[in-house]
Write a protein that binds this ligand. Structure first.
Ligand SMILES: Nc1ncnc2c1ncn2[C@@H]1O[C@H](COP(=O)(O)OP(=O)(O)OP(=O)(O)O)[C@@H](O)[C@H]1O
Ligand SMILES: Nc1nc2c(ncn2[C@H]2C[C@H](O)[C@@H](COP(=O)(O)OP(=O)(O)O)O2)c(=O)[nH]1
Length: 233
């Protein structure tokens, strides 16, 4: 159940998990908009730290550039203080935890209400990522079929060129998806054992979304959603 801080404030904490391309970013945006949860993306947070040259950002960059996960102690040192600042907010974490060690660290710092796991067929992931283009500075994501930019090849907001990440290219994908499975399995098992895991399987985000939306409507009391929407707008 949502954690009660005082007589008036209820908080809701959720995690969204899934392999690269499963729609975490797309669905997180819809949840943030529809239910007022603050969307915290580990990738965006790392990019902000890299852009502002923080000590952790400089260190993280050396791993990301090699296509490696950032070490657990760096991630937890970055993310947990950020979550501790959010004591008055309901949030949705995207991209963290990715490993068992990260899940254990998160577990000792807060209690989660819900974990959404996206289980999308491999062929669909390959197809989607081969069409994914991003605006590198902001992390804004486009798909040339699903949500294309207004002008082909350029970011809607800045007009800067879009790029395709090397690890979204077909030759890197299969290894990346296999690696995700190996690392995520024990994390998923932990949340399953806690009884907070909800798994969604389909080839289309638009078909999954109504189920996620009704789950959240049932789990998030209306007064939390209203209060969160009011505080984020
Ligand atoms: N929880 C984490 N633990 C370790 N490294 C992380 C974590 N989150 C992000 N990273 C690092 O930052 C990079 C960018 O993360 P981001 O989530 O934006 O993209 P991604 O790995 O391409 O995944 P996805 O396609 O699922 O969004 C990752 O490739 C990884 O190196
Ligand atoms: N064709 C198609 N593309 C989709 C669908 N849902 C999301 N996408 C696109 C948006 C992105 O370009 C790409 C991956 O989605 P994302 O939200 O970035 O996923 P994730 O890597 O954060 O998990 O796929 C979908 O349902 N169909």
């Amino acid at each position: 159940m949502a954690q009660k801080l005082d007589d008036t404030k209820l908080l809701f904490r959720a995690v969204i998990m899934g392999p690269p391309g499963s729609g975490k970013g797309t669905i997180s945006e819809r949840i943030a908009r529809g239910f007022g949860l603050q969307h915290l993306s580990s990738g965006d947070f790392l990019r902000e730290n890299i852009a502002s040259n923080t000590e952790a950002g400089v260190l993280a960059k050396t791993y990301i550039e090699k296509g490696l996960l950032v070490p657990d102690h760096v991630m937890t040192r970055l993310l947990l203080p950020r979550l501790e600042e959010m004591t008055c907010h309901s949030w949705l974490l995207d991209g963290f935890p990715r490993t068992l060690a990260q899940a254990e660290a998160l577990n000792s710092s807060c209690e989660l209400d819900l974990v959404i796991s996206l289980n999308i067929p491999l062929e669909t992931l390959k197809e989607r990522l081969s069409h994914r283009w991003i605006h590198q500075a902001s992390g804004r994501v486009y798909n040339m079929c699903f949500n294309p930019p207004r002008v082909q090849g350029v970011d809607d907001i800045t007009g800067e060129p879009l790029i395709q990440q090397d690890d979204d290219k077909p030759e890197a994908l299969v290894a990346r998806l296999r690696h995700y499975k190996d690392v995520a399995k024990p994390v998923i098992d932990v949340y399953k054992a806690k009884g907070i895991l909800h798994t969604f399987s389909d080839t289309d985000t638009d078909r999954i979304w109504p189920y996620i939306s009704s789950l959240l409507s049932a789990k998030i009391p209306t007064d939390i959603a209203d209060a969160q929407r009011a505080s984020t707008h």
